[in-house]
Design a protein around this ligand. Sequence first.
Ligand code: ATP
Length: 356
Amino acid sequence: MNNNDIMAVLGQFVPPHWARDIASSGVVRDTHLAQDTLVLKLVLPFVDYQLDASLRQLDSKLCQVSGAQRVEWQVSVDVATLARANDAQGVAGVRNIIAISSGKGGVGKSTTAVNVALALQKLGARVGILDADVYGPSIPMMLGMMGARPVNDGKTMVPIQAHGLLANSIGFLVNEQDATIWRGPMASKALTQILHETRWGELDYLIVDLPPGTGDIQITISQSVPTTAAVVVTTPQNVALADAVKGISMFRKVNVPVLGVIENMSYHICGQCGHQEALFGEGGGSRVAQKNQVPLLGQLPLNARIGVDMDKGRPTMLVEPDGEIAEQYLTIAARIACGLYFSGKAIPTSLYTRLV
Ligand SMILES: Nc1ncnc2c1ncn2[C@@H]1O[C@H](COP(=O)(O)OP(=O)(O)OP(=O)(O)O)[C@@H](O)[C@H]1O
């Protein structure tokens, strides 16, 4: 067996969502023949969705060049730490922080943040979620954890565990009325404290649900969280799209890379006849994405079940894990994870130092 022939086959294949082919992505750790089986060991620095199926397309070619009868793919994940925006110092144990934002309120940013976090987890990552929406923390409700209180030893907090996610929110710590009167610097100070004083353990991705808008408060918070990259959620209405553009430019001003745009409530599917209708116009999200040279990461339907279930603390990813909507969240999560890796610069993952 000639290894160069095998790498040549792998070098011609770019899996969906990837920016480079398998050979030049540096993920191939070992190739060897075990009797009539070609064993290929890959270690991915990001989580992916449905990679196995696409790798299978290479089997016959690989058998041809290696003389093997079958191919065994051994794929595992060790998520890389990517350089943070502005080379900011990281949070102990947290490899990557992804901010989810929206220029406008009520577009489904928190709904998307929770479902994307659960999707990343389903793809094999260790995931946390930080509710930075100081003026309307909705993560406790969306995770079905209203009234929960993180255990506090005076210095650090143990995050709330919900459906396998580690979560913290201002909503777990103070009354909503108290938070809403905070001004920008106080809100961002409180948030920085929560971020650094939570015992996150080891996380591959920490999803941060930012407050909606593009004003001073959002800028201060974006700068006080050592973000790796951001995602902008919008709906297709013109007003929301205009604010999404503002969101993208806000992140660019503070040098935070934007991984792409998610269009929520893109179209409505009639519960009776299945008819699909673009209630708020078509193509808005993709126009914004194209114009600003970022990918459109996905389009989610306006679906009463997403809203009703979420408001009861039952995210769609959990209620219908094998449904069409879950599949869309999984694809979006894979695009985010791949985009983060291929657009960033991997840095050494520092050893987890326990906060004491
Ligand atoms: N795709 C969807 N289909 C139907 N309902 C949705 C969808 N996405 C979100 N919703 C519902 O819309 C409402 C607003 O969603 P959410 O709280 O996630 O928005 P938001 O952008 O985070 O709002 P804000 O930041 O202003 O608090 C919620 O009741 C939620 O359940």
